[in-house]
Write a protein that binds this ligand. Structure first.
Ligand SMILES: [Zn+2]
Length: 67
């Protein structure tokens, strides 16, 4: 256990205690592994071509994709 309490600004928008590993350009916020899904898949995102979250959804088809 590390005793360091570094306040990283890259925190998940939903889980402040988690590291925001993925940056959502559309909403300008960071998301953790669990939240790394597009919040509004139906809403066109001009950042989609460079969005790591969108890429994860496209290629992360490991059975958890709804449709
Ligand atoms: Zn989260």
């Amino acid at each position: 256990m590390s005793a360091t309490t570094d306040h990283d600004e890259r925190r998940c928008a939903r889980h402040p205690e988690r590291e925001g590993r993925y940056y959502c350009s559309k909403y300008g916020r960071y998301l953790c592994d669990e939240c790394a899904t597009c919040a509004d898949p139906k809403l066109y995102c001009k950042f989609r071509t460079q969005c790591i979250i969108w890429e994860l959804e496209r290629y992360g088809g490991s059975g958890s994709v709804a449709r």
